[in-house]
Structures are given as structure tokens and as C-alpha cells.
Write a protein that binds this ligand. Structure first.
Ligand SMILES: [Zn+2]
Ligand SMILES: [Zn+2]
Length: 372
């Protein structure tokens, strides 16, 4: 480990029996599935080409909830520190780093692509065959410090709070999906799935079109949150109303230009088609269905419904450069991050945070972990 400038942020530990001094940090460590412990561990080493970021806030993602339960096994190797949605302040810069200085406020893009596979050669980085993420494939931001190359950083202006900066990654997913689906002014949009990512797609889409916007979910609490923050969005509880019928009726029989599928599982509701087929049925002729929900099971669609509309189904994965757009829109006040943040808890309470997200999805959407 390099020599760090002493600051009161670092805790100086003296290991008498080894005769060495180590700098330690606080981190949430998944030692076995379904069980976090908040412990001290070594501050990550940093090369001359990297910066050390002092994490301020980290946001818990749906992927983290899967990872916590062991759904990503063996991709995640225990013990492990998750966290791919986080932002902070530069604590130290490597000798070869230029363009960044100590104290800069930054959001960290967690994606690492290989640059060599066919997808990367075609500049289709989110589809990289060897795609890796900080916080999923290697230790992440549920810790006080992370070291990264400056190519993974985006500067955050002063008028964007540390809390809001922690949401830049998930907003990036929303903006990337809008880019994939080519959302433009005037478009009418339906979003099947009003969870964390669905609401980010909704907010991102709202910066681009004032056209009709529908959000479909079955958790009334989520739809409530949307109605409070975006009263112009038509929310549909698929247990109470047939989303396809509502969308058809309220667009004078035309359907929407684009439908996003952000549900990600094959569970069906009685008398309703599955969300992907619902998307296909909800779009106009020549419309686009964009799928983001990471389902493991096959979900049937009827090709004739797609072919008659000469429609497209496209996919969207992670993000690529949309951090800049998310930061700009946050800075301009065109997004409503506080509508997503339902709680901020100290990292020491990470176990409680995961329980709340699991057990009360009607009340808790985004929980931020405070690492200060
Ligand atoms: Zn995420
Ligand atoms: Zn690649």
C-alpha cells in the first residue's frame, strides 16, 4: 500500500504483533448470504493511475437484493462488499492522474468493459462479453473508500447534493433505455414495472417528452409515490384495471409509441397477459418495445401481434456515458430524486435496510446508505 497523507478520515491502526501500521476503513461485508457485517478492512490500494474516492452515499439496487440472497452465486465470491451505485469526494489522486484534484465531487461509473471483444470493437460496450461491475464482480461502494481509474469518474457540480449524486448510476440506466428506444418529444410511453428502475425510466422519459405517460405496477404504494411526484402520469394497478385496455382507451385506440418492460419476472396476474406481451399489445403500429427486466424464465409472446405492427423489440442493459446526461438533468432540476429516496440509513444499519426493502416494497423504494 502507498503512503497516505494523514487526515482525520483515516483511522490509524497499530498492529503490535506484526509491527506494521495499516490504514483501515469501515465496510459492509457480506460474509455469508443474507448476512451483512459492518467491519473494518484495509483501504483499497491505489496505483499512480488511480484516485481514491471517499464514498459519501451509496444506494441499494434490486441487483444488490439478489446478490444478498445468493442469486448471483458463484459470480460473487464471499466475503464480498457490494455497492455499484455510489458517489463521493476525491481523497487522493495518483501521481499520473490529471484533470482531477482532491476535493472534487464525483459519481463513479461502475462498468468495466474489455475493449477487445466484438461488441466492444463495435462500440457496443454494455454488451461486452467480459463486462464486469464494481460492486458485483469486485468489491464496491458499501465502504468508506474505493480506488478507481479516473476514466470511471464523472464530475458532479456543487448544486447536486451528495445524496442525489448517489442516484446518478440508476438514472443512467433510465437515460440509456430512453436512448436505446429513441424517445423523442411528443412520444407517448408506457412503462410496465414501477419499481426502482421503472421510475428512473419514467423520470428520464419525462425530461424528453410531455406526451402521455403510463406506469403499470401491482404495488399500490409505488403507484402512490408516482402520483404524488408526477401527477400527470397515469398509474395503472394491473390487479384492478387491465393495462392494455386502459392504454388503448386513453390513447383513442392508437396505443403508445414506446413500451418499456421493467418487471423482470414471469409471474402472471389472473386475466392479464404477461408484461412483455402487454407491451407488444400496448404499442401502435411501428412502435418499439424495450426490455430491461432481467428475467430468468421464458416469457411467451405471440409473434403475429408483433408482426402485424411491424414492431421492434429491443433490449437495454446498464448504461454507456449517460452519467453525463443524468448529472446535467439533476443539476438543472429536471429530475425528482427525492421522490425515489424513501430512507437514508447509516451503513451500520445495512441489514435493517435490506429487510425493509424485502418486506415492505410498498413503502421503500430507494434506500441510501450513509458512509460519512
Ligand atoms: Zn443498480
Ligand atoms: Zn468487451
Amino acid at each position: 500500500m502507498g503512503i497516505y497523507t494523514y487526515s482525520n478520515c483515516f483511522r490509524f491502526m497499530n498492529f503490535a504483533n506484526s509491527g506494521h501500521n495499516f490504514f483501515k476503513m469501515k465496510a459492509a461485508i457480506l460474509k455469508k448470504y443474507n448476512e451483512f457485517s459492518v467491519d473494518e478492512k484495509a483501504i483499497p490500494t491505489m496505483s499512480d493511475d488511480e484516485v481514491l474516492v471517499k464514498v459519501q452515499f451509496a444506494s441499494i439496487c434490486g441487483s444488490d437484493q439478489h446478490l444478498y440472497k445468493g442469486d448471483f452465486h458463484p459470480r460473487t465470491k464471499l466475503p464480498f462488499t457490494p455497492g455499484h451505485e455510489f458517489a463521493g469526494v476525491i481523497e487522493k489522486t495518483g501521481n499520473h492522474v490529471s484533470g482531477y484534484k482532491v476535493g472534487d465531487k464525483v459519481a463513479v461509473d461502475p462498468i468495466i468493459w474489455c475493449g477487445e471483444c466484438d461488441a466492444c470493437k463495435n462500440e457496443h460496450y454494455p454488451a461486452c462479453e467480459k463486462l464486469r461491475l464494481i460492486g458485483i464482480d469486485q468489491d464496491g461502494g458499501f465502504a468508506e473508500y474505493v480506488s478507481v481509474p479516473p476514466s470511471m469518474l464523472y464530475k458532479v457540480p456543487e448544486n447536486v447534493s451528495h445524496e442525489h449524486a448517489a442516484l446518478v448510476e440508476v438514472y443512467g440506466i433510465g437515460f440509456h433505455a430512453c436512448k436505446r428506444a429513441k424517445v423523442k418529444s411528443g412520444d407517448r410511453i408506457a412503462i410496465f414495472g414501477g419499481g426502482k428502475v421503472g421510475q428512473c425510466v419514467m423520470q428520464a422519459a419525462r425530461t424528453k417528452t410531455k406526451g402521455q405517460l403510463f406506469v403499470v405496477d401491482i404495488v399500490e404504494g409505488r403507484l402512490d409515490m408516482i402520483r404524488k411526484s408526477y401527477p400527470d402520469v397515469r398509474t395503472i394497478n394491473a390487479r384492478k384495471e387491465d393495462p392494455v385496455q386502459v392504454i388503448k382507451n386513453e390513447t383513442n385506440g392508437h396505443g403508445v409509441d414506446i413500451a418499456f418492460e421493467v418487471v423482470g419476472h414471469a409471474e402472471t396476474i389472473p386475466n392479464r397477459v404477461n408484461p412483455v406481451r402487454g407491451c407488444v399489445q400496448s404499442i401502435r403500429g411501428g412502435g418499439v418495445v424495450c426490455v430491461l427486466g432481467l428475467g430468468d424464465e421464458p416469457i411467451p409472446i405471440v409473434y403475429k401481434e408483433l408482426i402485424w405492427k411491424e414492431a421492434q423489440i429491443i433490449a437495454s442493459r446498464v448504461s454507456h456515458g449517460e452519467f453525463a446526461e443524468a448529472i446535467e438533468q439533476l443539476s438543472k432540476g429536471n429530475l425528482k430524486p427525492d421522490a425515489l429516496i424513501t430512507a437514508i440509513m447509516p451503513v451500520d444499519q445495512i441489514q435493517d435496510a435490506f429487510h425493509l426493502l424485502e418486506q415492505q416494497p410498498d413503502k421503500y423504494l430507494k434506500i441510501l446508505l450513509d458512509l460519512n
